[in-house]
Design a protein around this ligand. Structure first.
Ligand code: NAD
Length: 284
């Protein structure tokens, strides 16, 4: 396995399909790009304790970035930081324990992160919750909760980072979406509808900030094999259907997903804004 390999984040709760071993398919083979512009760059990631977010925290840290991340899961945050430490990163990520439903607390954490790490030049809006529910079960309270946990904090995190970013000459905002609304997945309407709104934030604010050097893009996972996905939602039939629909016939892992986010965060992505990038193995 190389220093910057993909297989460092365990997702072993369900066995891989036959012949699909991450260590041999992409682990040892993964020799990812290094981005000089990310060295010492301050990055803030929401939902960085677990899953895709944890993979992004690690991959940014491996690039030499100064990473701050917000989450409610302190134990998983500690494990993420420990993994980064074991990888020998230059700056250990800094954890901010925040419930993103509390916008005041989120914006205060971002202000604190600016003090701790410097002006945030990269914001990754990532935290979300894909709990299953039906349209019949929906109440006004649950609607508000679904929109708040999956969409509202994206806007207010941007509001907190934008002016310092503009004053510093620009930056990159990456909103993590979901292909679920495109695929017409109808087992979590509050989530899918909120995720379609992520695209609205990206398209609108990319125009708003275009002249300020702040880029705004969406990166959308298809099905990424996180611990939560494998332990909560995985089934043999579900996996069979996903692999049938994907052009690439294997699972996709969080560190692989992170590679597109790194590109957009780095100067290498300087001409990309207002776009959607799907990391779904060619499923859509
Ligand atoms: N994994 C997939 O297959 C998949 C598919 C489509 C979209 N996505 C998107 O990717 C992103 C990451 O998803 P994931 O699969 O890694 O999810 P995950 O559940 O594994 O991780 C989400 C993280 O967000 C945190 N979080 C949730 N609610 C929070 C709150 N109120 N306050 C603070 N932190 C909170 C969780 O604690 C967790 O660490 C999300 O935007 C999700 O919609 C994932």
């Amino acid at each position: 396995m190389t220093e910057n390999s993909a297989a460092s984040q365990s997702t072993a709760s369900q066995p891989e399909p036959a012949g699909n071993n991450p260590a041999t398919i992409y682990g040892a083979a993964a020799d990812y790009a290094s981005y000089p512009s990310l060295v010492d760059r301050a990055v803030f990631i929401t939902g960085g304790a677990d899953g895709i977010g944890s993979g992004m925290v690690e991959q940014f840290a491996r690039q030499g970035a100064k990473v701050g991340f917000a989450d409610i899961q302190a134990d998983k945050a500690a494990a993420t930081i420990e993994r980064c430490g074991a990888a020998g990163v230059a700056h250990l990520p800094v954890f901010y324990e925040v419930d993103l439903l509390d916008i005041g607390a989120l914006q205060a954490a971002i202000t604190q992160a600016q003090d701790d790490l410097g002006v945030i030049k990269v914001l990754v809006n990532n935290a979300a919750s894909d709990d299953r529910h039906t349209w019949q079960e929906m109440t006004v309270e649950y609607w508000n909760e679904r929109l708040n946990v999956n969409l509202r904090h994206y806007f207010f995190a941007i509001q907190a980072v934008a002016q310092p970013m503009i004053d510093a000459g620009g930056g990159s905002i990456i909103n993590i979406g979901s292909s679920s609304y495109m695929m017409q997945e109808d087992f979590f309407p509050g989530y899918a509808i909120a995720k379609s709104g992520v695209e609205g934030i990206t398209r609108t604010l990319a125009r708003t900030f275009g002249t300020d050097g702040v880029r705004v893009n969406t990166v959308l996972p298809g099905w990424v094999a996180t611990e939560r996905q494998l332990s909560k939602w995985w089934s043999p039939e579900g996996e069979e259907g996903t692999l049938r629909d994907q052009a690439i016939k294997r699972r996709i892992y969080p560190p692989e997903f992170a590679q597109m986010v790194l590109f957009l965060a780095a100067d290498d992505g300087a001409a990309c804004t207002a776009q959607q990038f799907l990391i779904d193995g060619g499923r859509r």
